[in-house]
Design a binder for this molecule. Structure first.
Ligand code: ZN
Length: 136
């Protein structure tokens, strides 16, 4: 997975931390739990999208694409803090981590979806798919 930028995205007075811009997925990935820890009151998942809310106000939206919810932040790369980019822009090999780590990194994405991304070469998931819930 070619992670273009990783940084903080500021909107509505709050900062969504560790938003990943992944050109190959045409998506911004964020950690829901870190968003909730950083001022977001509510993340509402709906049939066709997701809304990130603070004080009753929608501050960011996303749309559903299959198994993933894509955050509608555009143009993403320019708004991010390039200094915090921790991956080279042109990574030759997909990033490698265990299923457990990917699950957490991708906002508790289900393991079958991670397996699919692995099969598509977007990422490398190592080890076995853990049994049961992750406990967080
Ligand atoms: Zn989980």
């Amino acid at each position: 997975m070619d992670v273009k930028a990783m940084g903080d995205y500021k909107e509505g007075g709050i900062t969504l931390q560790k938003v990943l811009h992944v050109p190959s997925l045409k998506a911004n990935l964020m950690s829901i739990s870190s968003a909730l820890e950083n001022g977001v009151d509510k993340v509402v998942f709906e049939q066709n999208g997701v809304r990130i809310m603070k004080e009753g106000k929608t501050i960011a939206t996303g749309s559903r694409d299959g198994l993933l919810f894509r955050l509608d932040i555009a143009p993403a790369a320019q708004q991010m803090d390039q200094a915090s980019t921790d991956k080279p822009a042109q990574a030759k090999t997909p990033p490698k981590a265990s299923y457990e780590i990917w699950h957490r990194r991708l906002g508790h994405l289900n393991y079958q979806a991670i397996k699919k991304l692995h099969a598509e070469g977007e990422l490398v998931a190592t080890g076995k798919i853990p049994d049961g819930p992750c406990g967080s």
